[in-house]
Design a protein. Structure first.
Length: 365
């Protein structure tokens, strides 16, 4: 097999607006190092983390919601702490936290029989940090990701998947579903009442399905216009995200809150929890700054989980759910990789339910 020397890819040239995304067709194809595989990317999902990384939203200098800077970026970004890890990014960077594709070459120490496998790459990589607890790299952030025709990844964090899903379906899984499963895993969700915020988005729609898989009664927050779609995902009840939640549900009526929104509603989410309830978060699309009445926390014996780092079993469990037919993603729309700007603009408009997916140009080998 003869591999091309160059490929199509989207280069992120720095923190900022959509103008920082540069679609090129002359980017060098990476070579797998020892312990790595080269993947021909078939599809790559669009995620909040791609946009948050581009605009530098992870910087503590930014206090606004993602959408405020989604197109133009922020003027207040401090490049020194604008990544997941808090380590400055190097540019240009190929983003893309979701990688679905086919192994086309292997580095030293990797079994060559893996060539041809259809795979998903675990998005929270531990190989690069020697598997130290609570440390990870995000593919597409600390290292190049899936917005290209080819990508390299650690072999041991590249999982073969056997199912009848399309490549676009599989590309919906790594970031969104692992984030959702990690929150449920950390909060030890079972057959109880679970509130999911942002339920029509990629992570929220995944959380609805995965919580139902665990036997939970799922109350989902969404816009009225998307209520039927969210209910079709398995939600037992869908409530307008702008409703008076205490009036609708009652204080102390929820066992677990799975939150991706934060913002001004955040104190209400804690008021909804029963005594001994749990709150898990992995996002703050409505804004990262919130107030807390600490008495609500300690008098009600609440437990709060911040969820970024993922134990090894989280991604492995997702692969098993896929192969057992226990979950099914919703792909709202696919786009050619060259139309990444349109895809991110549509993502920011949030008129869709589920995932948006980019398709790189097909490579003939």
């Amino acid at each position: 097999m003869t591999l091309p020397q160059t490929m199509a890819a989207v280069l992120l040239t720095g923190h900022g607006g959509i103008d920082k995304l540069d679609y090129r067709t002359d980017v060098s194809v990476p070579e797998p190092k020892a312990g790595e595989v080269l993947i021909r990317v078939a599809a790559a999902g669009v995620n909040n983390t791609d946009i948050n990384t581009r605009i530098g939203w992870y910087s503590k200098a930014v206090t606004e919601d993602t959408n405020s800077g989604g197109s133009e970026g922020f003027e207040t970004v401090d490049d020194d702490d604008a990544s997941w890890s808090g380590t400055p990014l190097s540019f240009p960077r190929i983003q893309g936290a979701d990688v679905c594709g086919y192994i086309t070459a292997v580095g030293d120490g990797v079994d060559a029989t893996r060539i041809g496998e259809r795979v998903l790459v675990r998005n929270m990589l531990r190989t690069h940090v020697d598997y130290r607890p609570y440390e990870c790299w995000t593919i597409g952030s600390e290292c190049d990701g899936g917005f290209a025709q080819f990508a390299v990844a650690p072999a041991q964090e590249t999982h073969a998947v056997n199912c009848d899903w399309s490549d676009a379906d599989l590309a919906s899984v790594p970031c969104a579903y692992s984030t959702a499963e990690n929150m449920l895993h950390r909060a030890n969700v079972g057959a109880e009442r679970v509130l999911v915020t942002g339920a029509s988005g990629g992570v929220g729609s995944a959380a609805v399905q995965l919580a139902k898989r665990r036997g939970a009664t799922v109350i989902a927050l969404s816009s009225v216009s998307k209520a039927d779609e969210v209910k079709a995902l398995g939600a037992d009840q869908v409530i307008d995200r702008n409703a008076d939640l205490i009036a609708e549900l009652g204080a102390g009526s929820i066992d677990v809150v799975v939150d991706l929104v934060a913002g001004e509603q955040w104190p209400t989410f804690l008021d909804l929890l029963r005594r001994g309830g749990r709150y898990a978060t992995a996002g703050a699309i409505a804004g990262p700054i919130a107030q807390i009445d600490v008495r609500t926390l300690y008098l009600n014996d609440l437990t709060l989980f911040g969820c970024t780092f993922q134990e090894d079993e989280v991604f492995a469990n997702l692969i098993s759910y896929i192969e057992a037919g226990e979950i099914r993603p919703v792909v709202a729309k696919t786009y050619p990789l060259a139309e990444i700007v349109t895809a991110q603009e549509d993502f920011l408009a949030k008129k869709h339910t589920g995932k948006l997916v980019l398709i790189p140009p097909k490579v003939i080998l």
